[in-house]
Write a protein that binds this ligand. Structure first.
Ligand SMILES: NC(=O)c1ccc[n+]([C@@H]2O[C@H](COP(=O)([O-])OP(=O)(O)OC[C@H]3O[C@@H](n4cnc5c(N)ncnc54)[C@H](O)[C@@H]3O)[C@@H](O)[C@H]2O)c1
Length: 253
């Protein structure tokens, strides 16, 4: 009988896997016995993760790439399939924002860059992995949104909130299309999670977010990775197009 929880020997790709939530996902998948490919723009950090996974007895590779680039993603996926002959899991964790201008201060160029980073940066990796998943009639895709796409939190950038809300629609639309091929596509919406990027927001914003989080603390990357892992298991086959909020109960800003 298939072990519904086992991803042992499967091949997982983690975009943005060199830090934060993506790193926790890569470590969790490796601990579960999957082979892991890290795709991240930070080459040094990605190489360090590969080394760590190998030290702990796992198997990993990395590609320094930009998740918004079709050429980068197509080349990265080709290298993964060449090495391991298959691709079962994609976790899309690359994203973020630089500043939080008001609607009047937000210029169109910054808006477009934010949408590209947080929405195109999900669509392009998905598009790149689908042929390999279809070839095996199996796949698990998890896209990381944000509670900023639900709540209107003003600590987040406007383009970021819009893109993160868009991730749910993108995932659902693609989920319906890929369901007949054994491929699921789901969204995880994190609340505030203590990662390097979050730490860079500063103490005042962090305390403000904790104050509106009913659980009363920041989430951990490992708690996010646990949700992503479950959605990436064979047993999650009947869950697709879903949005799972892992947010400490934060529903308003
Ligand atoms: N930390 C939070 O509180 C929080 C809350 C809600 C949503 N999220 C989302 O979770 C995801 C991960 O966030 P995090 O806090 O772990 O971030 P992080 O900055 O700590 O780590 C992100 C990693 O992704 C890489 N990366 C970013 N954009 C990339 C790109 N376009 N191409 C290649 N690599 C790229 C970075 O180099 C980094 O290694 C993001 O999508 C973020 O929007 C985070």
């Amino acid at each position: 009988m298939t072990d519904l929880s086992s991803i042992k020997d499967q091949v997982g790709v983690v975009c943005g896997g060199a830090a934060g939530i993506g790193l926790a996902c890569a470590e969790r998948f490796a601990a579960e016995g999957a082979k892991i490919a890290i795709i991240d723009r930070d080459r040094d950090a990605a190489e360090a993760v590969v080394k760590d996974i190998a030290t702990n007895g796992g198997e990993a590779m990395c590609t320094a790439a930009e998740c918004t680039s079709e050429a980068d993603m197509d080349a990265a996926v080709a290298a993964i399939v060449e090495r391991w002959g298959r691709l079962d899991i994609l976790t899309n964790c690359a994203g973020g924002f630089h500043s939080v201008p008001s609607i009047e201060e937000l210029d169109a160029e910054t808006w477009r860059a934010g949408i590209d980073w947080n929405l195109s940066g999900i669509y392009i990796p998905m598009r790149a992995v689908v042929p390999a998943m279809k070839a095996n009639s199996y796949g698990r895709i998890v896209n990381i949104g944000s509670s900023a796409g639900r709540t209107g939190l003003t600590v987040a950038a406007i383009d970021y909130s819009a893109a993160k809300a868009g991730v749910t629609g993108l995932s659902r639309r693609v989920a319906v299309e890929l369901a007949p091929f054994g491929i699921t596509v789901n969204t995880v919406m994190p609340g505030p999670v203590l990662t390097p990027r979050f730490a860079a927001l500063g103490r005042e914003r962090s305390e403000r977010l904790v104050s509106v989080t009913p659980v009363g603390r920041l989430g951990t990357p490992e708690e996010l990775a646990h949700a992503v892992w479950w959605l990436s298991t064979p047993g999650a086959a009947f869950t697709t197009g879903a949005t799972l909020d892992v947010n400490g109960g934060i529903w308003t800003g």
